[in-house]
Design a protein around this ligand. Structure first.
Ligand SMILES: C[S@@+](CC[C@H](N)C(=O)[O-])C[C@H]1O[C@@H](n2cnc3c(N)ncnc32)[C@H](O)[C@@H]1O
Length: 220
C-alpha cells in the first residue's frame, strides 16, 4: 500500500453516517465554490469527466447534479473512500455517475487507460504528495485528456514560493514534519508542470479560504 495513504488526520477528516457514506466538513464547505466554477467553465459540455481522489464522494455528486450533460467517473486509491463514493452516488439517484474505480494518480501509466476525458478535476491532494508524484499525476492527466479537454486542480498552494496565511503555514509545517517530501506546492511550479506536459495554461482562480483553482486546456 502506498505510503501516501498515511495522511495526517487533519488532512482527511471524514465521519460515517451508518449507510456507508462518509462526510468531510471541508468537502461540504468548498463544494459550492467548486461547482460554481466548474459550471461556469463547462456549461453544456458533453463527454466523460474524471475526478481524481474523489474522497468521500460529496464533490462528485454535487458536480454530477449541476452538470448533467457530463458522465462522471469517480476514483480514489482508498477502498473505504470508494465505498463512500458509491454510497453517495446511490443515494443521490443520479444516472450520470459511474461506480468508483481504484486509481493511484501518482502511478505512471493510468493516463492511457483513462484516455478521452473531456474534463479531469482534482481537489486537495497535491499538498499531500511529493513534487515528483505531483508531476506524474499532471502528466498522466494530460495524457488522459481528449483534445480540447480541461484539467482543474484545486487546493491550497504557496504563491510564488510564499505561504500566505498563518493557517497555511501551520498546515504546511504539520505536513512536512510528518514527511519532508510532501507539503504545499508553489502555484508557478504547478503551472509549469502542466505546461511541460503540453497543456495550455488557462487561468488561476482565487477560491474561498485562500485556495486556488488552476486550469489548463489540452490543444485540439
Ligand atoms: C484530503 S482528501 C481530498 C478528498 C476530496 N478530493 C476532497 O477535496 O474532499 C485526499 C484524498 O486523496 C486520496 N488519495 C491519497 N493518495 C492518492 C493517490 N496516490 N491517488 C489517488 N487518490 C489518493 C485519499 O484516499 C483521499 O480520499
Amino acid at each position: 500500500m502506498p505510503k501516501r495513504l498515511n495522511l495526517p488526520d487533519s488532512a482527511s477528516v471524514a465521519t460515517p453516517d451508518g449507510e456507508g457514506r462518509l462526510f468531510a466538513p471541508s468537502a461540504a464547505r468548498n463544494a459550492e465554490a467548486i461547482v460554481t466554477l466548474v459550471r461556469d467553465i463547462l456549461r453544456d459540455t458533453t463527454g466523460e469527466a474524471l475526478e481524481i481522489a474523489s474522497g468521500t464522494g460529496q464533490h462528485i455528486t454535487a458536480l454530477a447534479a449541476a452538470l448533467p450533460t457530463l458522465h462522471w467517473q469517480p476514483s480514489d486509491i482508498d477502498q473505504d473512500r470508494r465505498k463512500s463514493i458509491d454510497a453517495h452516488a446511490k443515494s443521490s439517484g443520479l444516472p450520470n455517475i459511474a461506480p468508483a474505480i481504484a486509481l493511484d494518480a501518482t502511478s505512471p501509466g493510468w493516463g492511457v487507460e483513462q484516455s478521452g476525458k473531456t474534463f479531469i478535476c482534482l481537489a486537495n491532494l497535491l499538498h499531500l504528495i511529493s513534487a515528483q508524484e505531483a508531476r506524474i499525476l499532471i502528466s498522466e492527466a494530460a495524457e488522459a485528456l481528449a483534445p480540447g479537454g480541461r484539467l482543474m486542480i484545486y487546493g491550497p498552494f504557496m504563491r510564488d514560493d510564499e505561504l500566505t496565511s498563518e493557517g497555511d503555514a501551520a498546515f504546511h509545517a504539520s505536513l512536512t514534519t510528518q514527511d519532508p517530501e510532501i507539503g504545499y506546492k508553489s502555484d508557478f511550479d504547478v503551472i509549469e508542470w502542466g505546461l511541460s506536459s503540453w497543456l495550455d495554461y488557462e487561468d488561476m482562480v482565487e477560491m474561498p479560504a485562500n485556495n486556488l483553482a488552476l486550469l489548463w486546456r489540452k490543444a485540439g
